[in-house]
Design a binder for this molecule. Structure first.
Ligand SMILES: NC(=O)c1ccc[n+]([C@@H]2O[C@H](COP(=O)([O-])OP(=O)(O)OC[C@H]3O[C@@H](n4cnc5c(N)ncnc54)[C@H](O)[C@@H]3O)[C@@H](O)[C@H]2O)c1
Length: 420
């Protein structure tokens, strides 16, 4: 039996892709190394917020199967790799999941199959890493026997306006024929396909998109530090600047950048630049600013305590919102981790409130969680608004906190609250 599509890696990217494929009428299977992920999906449970359980149930009803058995790869007309591309323990690009999955694919690759890499990585990953693994392991040749393509994912978790279907999809192939097959595949799933000149251009386009965000966030973060020093309300500055109808895109300062993409992807670009002997100066400057933001937040907490003559040791600090993004449950690379580490090291007693995050552990130690926001606000010596989830109310925060460090500008302009 064969299937139209096997999605490898059923996470934030892979599961929505599989869901869209099922919706578009493609017979679809999913492969993941996590038995827990697979068992959940088989039982109709989603682990990805943007894909409700009901959608997984619909997928299963159309014949979708999830498995940990790589044998499913041998049944696919198209294989899309949605593997994590994080950082190693020493902060360098970690392509081990892509390598491992490509090796499994190679062992089962059938002539005529289209293989697409969607994971974010530096230019050359498709041609120089994935291609040799597939060709050596299968004995088949790209362009002649099977097709290999790269198409970066642009999914924005929690975005209700733009999803996979109505976000233009960049598609590229190792050969013109590969690009043609990949375009035909994505034409069935999305409204608009943009074909790039080659795989390296598509890989670099994704890095440009996210580095653009990273650098601009660094700019407003540094602007916020300077405004704080000279007593200017940065949030009002941004509100005013954002009214310019052309030539200005508004980015928001915050306690640091988080998530699986924005803090990580520039490292991939920097690593490639370093390999090529190129000093990417804007990246280095942006990293220094963004990575310094959590320490700045912790410093603001110490300052708020010092203003009231309260010691840091034993101070009760409440973090509001520990996910990296508003109304989202994802805590990957959240700045709440370094902020917590810093405050715990200083002797503070740190707890958190976040309706989206049932558990938050820092270096293996779970942080006390509160559900009773009103009581927690009243009990805390300092409240740190880390994430402006919609459940938080600016007026209630300013009315009930003894001291508030607002890293999101939610209470900008309110009496007695210094925007961070
Ligand atoms: N999350 C986003 O918003 C987003 C947006 C755009 C691009 N991306 C990129 O897409 C890629 C995937 O990201 P994600 O957020 O979906 O990651 P994820 O961690 O949510 O999901 C990855 C899945 O792959 C599985 N996996 C790991 N190794 C495997 C292997 N060898 N074989 C099969 N399955 C394996 C994991 O168990 C996990 O379920 C990354 O390169 C990321 O940078 C992510």
């Amino acid at each position: 039996m064969s299937v139209d599509l096997v999605v490898v890696g059923l996470g934030y990217v892979g599961l929505p892709l599989a869901a869209r494929a099922c919706e578009a009428g493609l017979s679809t299977a999913g492969l993941d190394v996590s038995g827990e992920v697979v068992a959940g999906l088989v039982a109709g449970r989603s682990h990805v917020r943007d894909v409700p359980d009901a959608v997984v149930a619909d997928m299963v009803a159309t014949g979708f199967t999830a498995t940990t058995d790589p044998a499913v790869l041998g049944t696919a007309d198209t294989i899309v790799l949605c593997l994590p591309t994080g950082l190693s323990g020493v902060g360098e690009p970690d392509l081990s999941a892509v390598r491992a999955a490509a090796t499994e694919v190679a062992a089962r690759l059938r002539p005529g199959t289209l293989v697409v890499l969607e994971s974010t990585s530096f230019p050359g990953t498709t041609e120089e890493l994935v291609r040799p693994i597939l060709e050596r392991g299968s004995g088949l040749r790209v362009g002649a026997d099977f097709h290999l393509a790269y198409s970066p994912e642009r999914i924005d978790p929690g975005n209700e306006s733009f999803g996979m279907r109505n976000t233009p999809k960049i598609v590229s192939g190792c050969t013109p024929l590969c690009a043609k097959y990949a375009t035909a595949f994505y034409d069935r799933l999305v409204d608009s396909v943009v074909v790039s000149r080659g795989t390296r251009e598509a890989e670099m386009a994704k890095l440009l998109e996210n580095t653009y965000r990273y650098v601009n966030i660094a700019l407003v973060n540094e602007m916020s530090l300077f405004c704080h020093q000279v007593g200017i309300d940065v949030w009002d500055v941004l509100r005013c600047a954002a009214t310019k109808p052309f030539g200005f895109t508004s980015f928001q300062p915050g306690p640091g950048v988080g998530g699986h993409c924005i803090p990580i992807d520039p490292v991939y670009l920097e690593s490639k630049a370093t390999t090529e002997g190129f000093a990417f100066r804007t990246l280095a400057a942006a990293r220094s600013v963004n990575e310094g933001m959590p320490a700045h937040v912790a410093e603001r907490v110490r300052g708020a305590l010092a203003e009231r003559g309260a010691p840091v040791v034993g101070a009760r600090v409440l973090l509001l919102g520990v996910s990296y993004k508003r109304d989202c449950d994802d805590t990957r690379e959240s700045p709440a981790y370094p902020v917590t580490r810093d405050l715990l090291a200083a002797g503070a007693v740190v707890g958190y409130h976040d309706p989206h995050v049932p558990e938050f552990a820092v270096d293996g130690a779970p942080l006390p969680r509160t559900e009773d926001l009103t009581a927690a606000l009243a009990a805390a010596d300092v409240v740190v608004l880390m994430q402006d989830h919609h459940c938080y109310d600016a007026a209630a925060l300013t009315a009930s906190c003894r001291a508030l460090v607002d890293t999101r500008g939610m209470t900008s302009g309110a009496e007695g609250v210094a925007p961070s």
